[in-house]
Design a protein around this ligand. Structure first.
Ligand code: MLC
Length: 492
């Protein structure tokens, strides 16, 4: 490979330039040729802004065809794509921009479109190799300080080719694409896999269950987070006839409950294929396309990828819970300018420590059982408690706080804050375990204001005032105990 991942993609879709690529309701369909030509313009436009190979390009854009063209233009040019969630606040974006030191920041969709309309195309493909950086994907960390997971052209190419084969993509597939394109799932799992077979995508701005249901009869494959499937299950029309052309439902980014897996199968006749991955490693395991898809498991390692589970001594174990580790061409080279965090996540011989706790059975099938960190997965988005706790604790009415994920019927886990008031606050002490959700008392408004620099999806769905937080003998807050005591808070 001497032309990077864009060259790999282009080689695969080059014979289908006239084929439809992105179909969005109410808009003209873009063919592969259209998007390819638009990516030449994107590369030309970036060059005119002074972007050169290896430079970072930070992008915070709503989903659009031009956003896809820009992504491909960045890859074509050999620059490094840095996608940001559109929900991030200016303060969060400032942090990422400081860290990534980009040559260009693109946040204005109209400026992008007019820039692409007016610019000179650049039709070359940069000579980059498999080791060269293609993307930085930011993930938060246990310290509350985000880290940019580096992904190379080789990582993207190997994972996309593996998934395309494992999930049996063919040119006549139609992928229903309702995921955001600023995360690994929508961008690197869905888009790449479909493009490698020059498939058509029904390209929806966002996940709206009614709209997805209306488009479903045309689709052969859909990918989503479990929340997509639970929201579809709430619609009567989500049944076998709506899924007449579907051959594959994929779920990932968060665990799907066995109950939801069974319910979808009963209603539609399709067993959802659950797979497992993360930004640092792209996809790691997948239930089989042919063969049993076991509810509650994420399947065996993908072809070319190795997975092991190790006990506390680092010894690989079978049928026993331990730390999930992964090795293979999908594993990125580390965290951007964070040699400390990179070293902490790595063992000898290329093994990467995922931070997930799981169990491998004798057939090599992995079941995830928890996480070594307190990370919360809400609606497929990762949320780290530390940054929320730090913001809450800075509030003058708060003595201390603990943020945990509690089981939630829609989001899988809901961010929940347990807050100990300061005795001397103007609002006085709160009664123990007084849940203020339906109470518009000033403190909760104040707390929400204190989180103003954080994206809304990170904000707690409930605030629970408590007299004190449970602690062990060493004084460490026992979040597990909060999770057990409040397990039914959201009425599961
Ligand atoms: C939106 N909101 C959320 C939320 N998404 N709250 C908690 N968790 C979420 N995931 C909040 C908003 O802040 C807003 O709050 C309110 O919900 C309405 O916003 P919305 O944008 O209209 O929400 P909605 O369209 O319902 O979005 C929910 C969702 C979306 C589940 C459809 O979050 C989604 O598409 N999730 C997928 C994320 C994803 O692609 N993950 C992949 C990561 S990659 P307020 O208070 O302002 O009203 C990865 C690796 C891998 O993990 O293996 O795939």
């Amino acid at each position: 490979m001497d032309y990077g991942f864009f060259g790999v993609l282009r080689e695969r879709f080059a014979s289908g330039m006239q084929r439809p690529m992105l179909r969005a309701p109410g808009r003209p369909t873009a063919t592969y040729g259209d998007i390819d030509a638009r990516s030449e313009r994107a590369a030309g436009w970036l060059r005119s802004q002074g972007v050169t190979p290896g430079d970072r390009v930070v992008v915070q854009l709503t989903k659009s065809m031009d956003a896809v063209a820009l992504y491909l233009g960045v890859l074509r040019l050999g620059a490094v794509y840095v996608p940001l969630n559109t929900a991030y606040t200016n303060a969060e974006v400032d942090w990422f921009v400081n860290d990534a030191e980009p040559a260009a920041v693109v946040r204005d969709a109209d400026a992008l479109t007019s820039g692409l309309d007016r610019t000179q195309p650049w039709g070359d493909i940069a000579a980059v190799g498999p080791e060269d950086l293609a993307a930085l994907v930011y993930t938060s960390g246990t310290t509350g300080r985000p880290k940019g997971a580096m992904l190379t052209h080789g990582n993207l190419a190997s994972n996309a080719l593996t998934l395309n084969k494992a999930w049996a993509f063919e040119p006549d597939d139609v992928l229903l694409h309702a995921l955001p394109v600023f995360h690994v799932h929508g961008l690197m799992v869905a888009l790449h896999t479909a493009m490698l077979s020059a498939c058509e995508m029904i390209f929806l701005d966002r996940f709206n269950p009614g709209e997805v249901l209306a488009c479903l009869p045309d689709a052969t494959v859909m990918m989503g987070v479990p929340t997509y499937y639970s929201r579809l299950m709430a619609l009567d029309g989500f049944d076998e006839s709506a899924c007449g052309r579907i051959r594959l439902f994929v779920s990932g980014s968060a665990p799907m409950t066995a109950a939801l897996h069974r319910a979808v199968a009963e209603r539609t006749g399709h067993e959802v294929l659950e797979r497992y991955g993360m930004s640092e490693t792209l996809m790691i395991t997948s239930n089989p396309y042919h063969g049993p898809r076991v509810a509650g498991t994420v399947g065996p390692a993908l072809a070319g990828v190795e997975v092991r589970v190790c006990d506390d001594d680092g010894t690989p174990v079978i049928d026993q819970a331990g730390m999930v580790q992964v090795r293979g061409p999908n594993v990125g080279p580390g965290y951007w300018r964070r040699t400390d965090a990179t070293a902490q996540s790595r063992l000898a011989e290329g093994w990467f420590i995922t931070g997930d706790v799981g169990r491998l059975d004798a057939h090599g099938r992995l079941t995830l059982e928890g996480r070594s960190s307190d990370m919360i997965i809400s609606g497929g988005l990762n949320v780290y408690p530390t940054e929320i706790e730090q913001a809450l604790d800075a509030h003058s009415a708060v003595a201390e706080s603990a943020v945990v994920g509690l089981a939630h019927p829609d989001l899988g886990e809901a961010v929940t804050a347990f807050v100990v008031p300061k005795l001397e606050t103007a609002h006085g002490n709160r009664p123990p375990e007084h849940d203020t959700t339906d109470d518009s008392s000033p403190p909760e408004h104040d707390l929400v204001a204190a989180l103003g620099d954080l994206a809304r999806f990170k904000h707690p769905k409930r605030y629970v005032w408590v007299d004190e937080l449970p602690r062990n003998a060493m004084g460490k807050i026992l979040k597990a105990e909060l999770r057990i005591r409040y397990t039914d808070l959201y009425g599961n």
